[in-house]
Design a protein around this ligand. Sequence first.
Ligand SMILES: Cc1cc2nc3c(=O)[nH]c(=O)nc-3n(C[C@H](O)[C@H](O)[C@H](O)COP(=O)(O)OP(=O)(O)OC[C@H]3O[C@@H](n4cnc5c(N)ncnc54)[C@H](O)[C@@H]3O)c2cc1C
Length: 414
Amino acid sequence: MYDVAIIGAGASGLMCSCALKIKNNNLKVLLLEKNDKIGKKLLITGNGRCNLGNYNTNISNYNSNSNISRFKQYLDIKKYLDEKNNSIPSYIDYENYIEYLKYIGIVIKQEDKRLYPYSNQAICVCKVFERYLNYLHVDIRYNYDVNKIDKKNDIFYINDDIKAKSVVIATGGKSYPKTGSTGTGYEILRKFGHKIEKIYPALTYLKTDYKYIKDISGVRYDAVVNLSVNGEVKNTEKGQIQFTKDSVSGICVFNLSRNVKKYLEEKKKVTLIVNLVPNYSEPQIEEYIKSFKDYKIQDALSGIINNKLANAISKQLKVHDKLVKQISKDQIKIVAYTIHNMHFNITQTGDFNNAQVTTGGACLDEFTDNLESKKCKGLYAIGEVLDIDGKCGGYNLSWAFTSALIVKDSILKV
Ligand SMILES: Cc1cc2nc3c(=O)[nH]c(=O)nc-3n(C[C@H](O)[C@H](O)[C@H](O)COP(=O)(O)OP(=O)(O)OC[C@H]3O[C@@H](n4cnc5c(N)ncnc54)[C@H](O)[C@@H]3O)c2cc1C
């Protein structure tokens, strides 16, 4: 019989197994993974570089249907990074996941506010985990797909095969199912009476029916982007927006994508409103255009915005090929307004195959502060299977690792 069985060898399951064994090496820990290797999703994070955290990590970067303020203290790693970034942790004072990562051999570096492994390689992160799990004698079973967990007389039975005193569900969400995260954790938790908040793909592209989208395909542009729902601006992001033949993408769009599928299901009108030149006011843009009165409008605009965007906007406003001096003052006003407010009607989002995370999941209100189920003693859930998701920039791995540490002390009390 195992003391703890952890289902899923992704970011959260790997961290949880290490943390338990670091604290108590006598604990019998079993890690069950349906793939033939650990960390299949971890390997592709951060474009293969593994953006494993963010200097700005705090509760405001997360989304949930539940109140998540009780996890606030765990997610504030800024203070730690300021004070201890260059120190080597001693064996007893691990406060957060960064210290654990360092302890097992993953040296961290900061790029802007993002944290990466010094090796710049997600594969190195997986290898370090693998080595450390070996060193700690964590039992791992690969190609083991958990589809059934029962509890009888305080003992968990996994697939009628394995016995454990505690079980940690670390099966991830439903995004990128080819990495193994197919959503089975939701079914397991549902059978124990847990409420699963409706899940949606998040951190994904948004499809648009903008008439000239093909013309601007390939353009990447720094902009301020507003998400408007039924005419009300819900969120604003600043950063690079990218256009493809039928969609808008880029980190700022990913961050705005989180509730879009839900809004569309509710038949709400979703629009991305893009300010292409946030550093200049509309009157300044008007003056700029007017100073090139002998130019075609798209050529005048090309001095201030991307050439493809200049062409698309002038076509959209039916002033393409006209000289600036042939256009009325009101029309110039509209051009300047459009440069500040380019509208993209949103028709669809990427699906789970294209979404970096799942929003929704196991309702957090049904778990204690230690992430133990309130429905079933000894059952825990960590990582993306829970109803909490972060923005792009290292916040989701931060949660996966942090939640793994939250459960360890509770399990060790058993
Ligand atoms: C392309 C991409 C890039 C990303 N980049 C970043 C990034 O740079 N920074 C960041 O913070 N976040 C990033 N994310 C999000 C981040 O990877 C996830 O939020 C995080 O991996 C979730 O960790 P987890 O342990 O909860 O689940 P996962 O990492 O999904 O691991 C779950 C594991 O459980 C296994 N499993 C599932 N069901 C069963 C079962 N029934 N039996 C046995 N095993 C099972 C799966 O095979 C899998 O190995 C990215 C995601 C994607 C898809």
